[in-house]
Design a protein around this ligand. Structure first.
Ligand code: PNS
Length: 189
């Protein structure tokens, strides 16, 4: 097989364990893998481009054939500019397929020489998405195991009031439950 340079494009807002799993798998089969973070993927991303670049660089420091970059404009044009001949995308479930197929075919129309390759992350990450991680974290919920520790830490820093409120509510619920339990026991005696 000839040596292939691939581009793994995405928003990575924030990077999840599923993304990292796919990067590690991609790094094994491609000679070079560029993780391309789309600028302005959403009007107001949770993490700035600089933060996403920093997190992904830290998370992939052990992978010598992986490079983290930012891009804007058409993905196929960026792929061409870095001499990538392949685009890597992850498919978690059937629900991803329709959107990914549409995107792959549109990209093929735009640049017929660029091939899209789909890989599956480990099944334990098949329900993990950046959108759901943001949703859970914004309410101060636990995201342990869904994102790497550095990302979890960044989420805690960014959403400190939400986490504080959530932790206080949990403590209050626990206190009230143990109070009720004590009363129950007293009545019995
Ligand atoms: O992580 P995401 O948000 O699913 O990634 C989507 C991404 C960045 C791969 C896609 O939106 C993209 O390639 N955007 C760049 C603009 C472009 O080329 N659009 C045409 C796609 S068919």
């Amino acid at each position: 097989m000839s040596k292939v340079s691939a581009l793994y494009p995405g928003s990575f807002d924030p990077p999840t364990n599923g993304h990292l799993d796919l990067i590690e798998r991609g790094a094994k089969i491609f000679e070079e893998l560029v993780v391309g973070i789309l600028r302005n993927s959403e009007k107001s991303p949770m993490f700035s481009l600089a933060e996403r670049l920093e997190m992904l660089k830290t998370l992939t420091a052990h992978l010598k054939n992986v490079r983290i970059e930012a891009f804007h404009g058409l993905m196929v044009e960026y792929a061409k500019s870095i001499d990538a001949t392949c685009v890597l995308r992850g498919i978690r479930a059937v629900s991803d397929y329709e959107y990914e197929l549409q995107m792959a075919l549109m990209n093929r129309k735009l640049e017929p020489t660029l091939e899209t390759v789909f890989m599956m992350p480990a099944d334990k990450y098949s329900y993990v998405s950046s959108r759901l991680v943001r949703e859970v974290a914004q309410i101060g919920g636990p995201v342990k195991g869904l994102v790497p520790e550095v990302v979890e830490q960044k989420l805690r820093e960014k959403l400190e009031p939400a986490y504080k409120f959530h932790d206080e509510m949990q403590e209050a619920t626990a206190r009230s439950a143990s109070g009720k339990e004590k009363k129950k026991r007293k009545k019995k005696v």
